[in-house]
Design a protein around this ligand. Structure first.
Ligand SMILES: [Zn+2]
Ligand SMILES: [Zn+2]
Length: 349
């Protein structure tokens, strides 16, 4: 089979590899679509902690496929069935796993992160993933390219759960990349009264407006603080979601939040820039709730998949390009562009 293999920093190679063989309890997935994530860009640039020098591995954790073979003892699944795969499995028995937060398991395993992933024609799904409910059935009616984005959408759902976005809230989303766009779509579904989306790259704001932002703000042209106050009758934002890797955005988030506001630091910062002076008096005197979320649990994926299957969220709008594995250089270059949203591989081409 064809597989895109990481050999080191900026060194991805398209190789012929044997189709993975299956152990008991495992399944083989024929990959229909696999999304390129910011995490994959970090991997490519040699900046991911699970890809230290010397690691040779197939990335790809945002995957939709159909079952191609079932290992010994697998029941309840059929060859040919279409599924989305929640990428993270935990040990299954620690405090985090038992509480449903397998993304926090210190022993977690993830497709395309700690084991071979989906930038290939086939991917082996470990037994633990089946036992822990990571395979999620999808109807054939769901666009597979869009369904490959269930994972980032599940991360967004987790972020909005942490700040309990609810009907009537004024929500400020800082960043209009793919994650900011997903936050905008979800805030709308959750009943936000006003959705304000800010961005330093103004060209990204058109899609934010198209998917439900009431007000978009190019922060290089307009005063964000004035706008947030104007849109919230002087109160500030009930919810601020920082979906941009910028220290200044994190600092401003505390300023822009209303009394009793809830803030989510959704995106991480580059590790050499993650020490940020924050005015903690704002947290204290405004009684802010400041949260962080990272990745998603399997249950987050179940709920995200349910919203996509039910047609509440149309992830198709986020797909800005589909590439065969052979064109991986073009695909990664496109994913790096600020004008692109999600780039997806189609290994069946
Ligand atoms: Zn991802
Ligand atoms: Zn665990």
């Amino acid at each position: 089979m064809k597989a895109l293999v990481y050999h080191g920093k900026e060194d991805l190679r398209l190789e012929k590899r044997p189709v993975p063989s299956l152990g008991p309890g495992e399944v083989l997935l024929r990959v229909l679509r696999a999304g390129i994530c910011g995490t994959d860009l970090r991997i490519l640039h040699g900046a991911h902690r699970h890809y230290p020098p010397g690691v040779v591995r197939v990335p790809g954790h945002e995957v939709v496929g159909e079952l191609a073979a079932l290992g010994e003892g697998v029941s309840g699944w059929q060859v040919g069935q279409r599924v989305f795969v929640a990428p993270n499995t935990g040990c299954g028995h620690c405090r985090q796993c038992v509480s449903g937060n397998n993304n926090r398991c210190p022993d977690y395993c993830a497709l395309g992160i700690t084991i071979d992933g989906a930038f290939a024609e086939y991917v082996r799904i470990p037994a633990a993933a089946l036992q822990q409910g990571n395979l999620i059935p999808l109807d054939e009616t769901v666009d597979p390219a869009a369904a490959a984005l269930i994972e980032p959408f599940a991360c967004v759902l987790r972020g909005q759960d942490a700040v309990a976005v609810r009907a009537g809230d004024v929500v400020l989303i800082m960043g209009a990349g793919p994650i900011g766009i997903l936050h905008t779509m979800l805030a709308r579904v959750r009943g936000a009264a006003r959705i304000i989306v800010s961005e330093v790259w103004g060209a990204r704001l058109a899609l934010a407006a198209a998917v439900g932002a009431d007000r978009t703000v190019d922060v290089t042209q307009e005063d964000l603080r004035q706008l947030v106050l104007a849109e919230s009758h002087g109160a500030g934002a009930d919810v601020v979601i920082v979906a941009a890797p910028a220290e200044a955005a994190q600092q401003n988030a505390l300023e822009l939040a209303a009394l009793g506001g809830r803030v989510n630091f959704f995106g991480g910062l580059p590790k050499d820039r993650s020490v940020v002076p924050l005015d903690t008096n704002l947290i204290h005197y405004k009684e802010l709730l400041v949260t962080g979320t990272t990745a998603c649990s399997t249950y987050d994926c179940w709920r995200a998949a349910a919203l996509v299957r039910a047609g509440r969220i149309d992830l198709t709008r986020l797909v800005s390009g589909t590439y065969p594995l052979e064109q991986f250089a073009e695909a990664f270059a496109a994913a790096q562009q600020r004008s692109a949203l999600k780039i997806v591989f189609d290994p069946t081409q």
